[in-house]
Design a protein around this ligand. Structure first.
Ligand code: S3P
Length: 439
């Protein structure tokens, strides 16, 4: 728990979700807009930026490296790019809070700079694995110190980087993106092959800013020495934040919501694919492409759900959505089985363990396995669960209350502010009986 205070959610049972609204901007795209905008030539204008703690940590990091960034103001940010060689040494450690995306992507970007940087984070970030980035970066010639493979990370600048041909050991967009960013500073053509498709926002934004990237199947290539040109970036609403409302509406009879302008990049829509297999009523409208990213309005009306075996090819496409999907499985008729998702154990919390424990507390038959979970749908009871400082755990259990027999108390919820600062307000406005309390 951060500090002494327990920021807690108390959610009364029952209700339904209704209304038409927009959730905050995509976290992944917000981070990348600051990183690539900072390295570009010219002023990048970002709209729809996520004003959550994680993306703000990325802004603070680039400001500390001499980049002028105006905003965010109602989602608008102006990034005054300094060019590929324009970053300056920060005068103190760069603190990245809870943000895995910041520290992993910055590792690659900073490996190519002439100066040293030490990056730190909160207790959750300080326990997350970093060898997945430091090992391939070392192969490129970078020198990075970690504490037994974990943050703080000290990047020693001034080392010549050479391109590598690297097969990712796990499906990770953060590792892929880290190596693409390092690849911009490396001599030669860096080739990255992923075991399964992961979110491709970095590739899309690089191309949108005029930096060529060659994509063929699961392989992506980038040549060092190019440049980025400032552009306008319209950040769509985050499908990962939309997910809590999608699941809430899918489990609560009488619900009917429309979420506007949500990013529906094919590498992010596992949650829609999986819920449709479970019987959910989800329709898309107003489909468009903005700044190279597909968007749509997503309408969800309640329909009974049934348990399924979740196809493993959907796992990387729904990787952040499993805490909420476990709640859907708890409300479904029959058994849901997830396999091939061991990555969930190294997210902001061990999402397999903490979701299984919380669901068990609420009376659900949920068995954690090494790489997933087996959940038998049932009746959610009332009780007190722990958010473990993980935003997505807290918001998932909040939605479970829609179908619970009594109130659900969720402890350690402060980190909801990392990705969804107005979650409680928005949830109240569409029908969730939620209060946030500091005690
Ligand atoms: C992200 C990639 C995913 C995801 C994280 C954001 C990104 O992490 O879980 O929330 O912005 O690239 P992994 O690359 O570790 O799967």
């Amino acid at each position: 728990m951060s500090g002494q205070q327990n920021h807690k959610f108390v959610v009364q049972a029952g209700g339904q979700l209704t209304g038409t609204f927009r959730v905050p901007g995509d976290k992944s795209i917000s981070h990348r807009s600051i990183m690539l905008g900072s390295l570009a030539e010219g002023v990048t204008e970002v709209t729809g930026f996520l004003e959550g703690e994680d993306a703000l940590a990325t802004i603070a990091a680039f400001r500390a490296m001499g980049v002028k960034i105006d905003g965010p103001d109602k989602g608008k940010v102006l990034v005054h790019g300094v060019g590929m060689q324009g970053l300056q040494a920060p005068d103190k450690d760069v603190y990245l809070g809870n943000s895995g995306t910041s520290i992993r992507l910055l590792s690659g970007l900073l490996a190519g700079q002439p100066f040293n940087v030490r990056m730190t984070g909160d207790s959750s970030l300080s326990s997350r694995p970093m060898r997945r980035v430091t090992d391939p970066l070392a192969l490129m010639g970078a020198r990075i110190d970690s504490v037994e493979g974990k943050p703080p990370l000290t990047i020693h600048g001034g080392h010549h980087l050479t391109a590598i041909d690297y097969q990712l050991p796990m499906a990770s967009a953060q590792v892929k993106s880290c190596l693409l960013l390092a690849g911009m500073y490396a001599e030669g053509t860096t080739t990255i092959t992923e075991p399964a498709p992961t979110r491709d926002h970095t590739e899309r934004m690089l191309q949108g800013m005029g930096y060529p990237v060659a994509i063929k199947g699961n392989r992506v290539q980038i040549e060092g020495g190019g440049k980025l040109t400032a552009t306008k970036i319209d950040v769509p609403a985050d499908i990962s934040s939309a997910t809590f409302f999608i699941i809430g509406a899918a489990i609560a009879p009488g619900s009917d919501i429309t979420l506007q302008h949500v990013g529906i990049n094919p590498t992010r829509i596992g949650v829609i694919n999986i819920l449709r297999l479970m019987g959910a009523d989800i329709t898309l409208s107003n489909e468009a492409v903005t700044g190279g990213e597909p968007v749509a309005d997503i309408r969800v009306r309640y329909a009974p759900l049934k348990g399924i075996n979740i196809p493993e090819d959907q796992v990387p496409l729904a990787i952040d959505e499993f805490p909420a999907l476990f709640v859907a499985a708890a409300c479904a008729e029959g058994r849901t089985v997830l396999t091939g998702a061991e990555e969930l154990r190294v997210k902001e919390s061990d999402r397999i363990q903490v979701m299984a424990e919380g669901l068990q507390t609420l009376g659900i038959d949920a068995k954690p396995t090494a790489d997933g979970m087996v959940i038998n749908g049932g009746v959610i009871g009332s009780g007190e669960v722990n958010g473990h400082g993980d935003h997505r755990i807290a918001m998932s259990f909040a939605m479970a209350a829609l179908q619970a027999g009594g109130a659900i108390h969720i402890n350690d919820c402060a980190n909801v502010a990392t990705s969804f600062p107005n979650f409680v307000e928005l949830a109240v406005s569409c029908g969730l009986k939620i209060d946030a309390i500091d005690e």
